[in-house]
Design a protein around this ligand. Structure first.
Ligand code: MTE
Length: 320
């Protein structure tokens, strides 16, 4: 995402790699006994034959898998992990994969505070427990018109939030990324108002599709995709899916968000995927799936009509 430079084509042909078929390429060991030992982030498994996942990243075991992308092909791991937006590590699509290695993802602490009765911390180890961890295959659509289908591993956001007992004043939830210029040298350039911040209305955050991801393609989340935990909000433009979260705050008022602060006319608070509401500098009617050459039609709410009731009383061209 760039505020000043318009892209006629978000993806250069040279960056497109062949589509890979995901199904049948992974193995998941679901035996609970083995899972307990292998779920720790420090562990490593030998490479799987034909696998493309980064074998330096530990496998994560899941108990539940849900396909939520209408059976569409899953995007190649190589594409999902080498065409990124993570401005703390650079503003090109290749920079995060190159630079995010310097991010230390353990120890990691996520503070939860604000309008809640039981402020505290998110326990990462609890999230990567194979008893609760699930795989969800979601569509993911960037405001810049590229999209993918990714198999995230994680947990629904709502039960995590409920643990902290939000009060009736909690109308919104604000999320903040780590801000550490020693690990994130690009933050010195002041491209965005750091730390990167995002927010959801509380009913959006509590929607069953809202997800906290800790893994990808059967393994721990690569740093460039937002390790150790990120939001995945599949019906919204990708910039709502904030990476490397260190703080979650329940608020009474709509929180400020990084991209909206930078360009309020271009990046709204809601940012629901909507082919009928154009970005001021480009149409949102079509998108390019990573690994494909021909653009495809963008789907309302990115193909998740079950969220429409959240916005039934709203004019989505005003609240874009
Ligand atoms: N989170 C942080 N902290 N910093 C960022 O620059 N970029 C956002 C979002 N989360 C971003 C972020 C944008 S613009 C997109 S499209 C998605 O991350 C990209 O996620 P991906 O790289 O895993 O595809």
């Amino acid at each position: 995402m760039l505020i000043k430079i318009a892209h006629s084509h978000p993806i250069r042909p040279s960056e497109i790699t062949p589509e890979s078929v995901y199904h049948g390429r992974r193995r998941f060991l679901l035996q609970i006994g083995a899972a307990a030992a292998s779920v720790t982030l420090g562990g490593c498994e030998p490479p799987e034959s034909g696998a493309v996942a980064n074998t330096a990243l530990a496998s994560l075991k899941v108990t539940k898998k849900t396909e939520l992308a209408g059976g569409e092909n899953v995007t190649a791991y190589e594409d999902i992990t080498h065409y990124n937006n993570f401005y703390e590590f650079g503003t090109t699509k290749e920079a995060p994969a190159r630079n995010a290695g310097r991010l230390r993802t353990r120890p990691w602490s996520v503070v939860v505070d604000g309008e809640c009765e039981a402020p505290g911390h998110v326990d990462l180890d609890e999230l990567i427990n194979p008893q609760v961890l699930e795989e969800r295959i979601y569509r993911h659509r960037c405001v810049e018109r590229w999209s993918m289908v990714a198999p995230w591993l994680g947990v629904p956001l709502a039960p995590v939030l409920r643990r902290f007992k939000p009060t009736s004043n909690a109308k919104y939830v604000a999320f903040y990324t780590l801000f550490d210029p020693r690990q994130m040298p690009e933050t010195g350039r002041g491209v965005l108002n750091w730390p990167y911040r995002e927010g959801l209305r509380i009913d959006e955050a509590m929607h069953p599709l809202a997800f906290l991801s800790v893994g990808l393609y059967g393994r721990v989340l690569p740093n460039q995709n937002g390790a150790p935990l990120r939001l995945t909000v599949p019906w919204k433009y990708g910039f709502k899916s904030i990476k490397s979260i260190v703080q979650i705050t329940f608020t009474q008022w709509q929180p400020e968000t990084s991209w909206n602060q930078l360009g309020p006319q271009e990046y709204g608070f809601y940012s629901n995927v909507n082919p009928a509401v154009d970005h001021p500098r480009w149409s949102q009617a079509r998108e390019r799936r990573l690994g494909e050459l021909v653009m495809r039609k963008t789907l309302m709410f990115n193909g998740y009509p079950e969220v429409a009731s959240l916005y039934s009383a709203m004019d989505l061209s005003t609240f874009f």
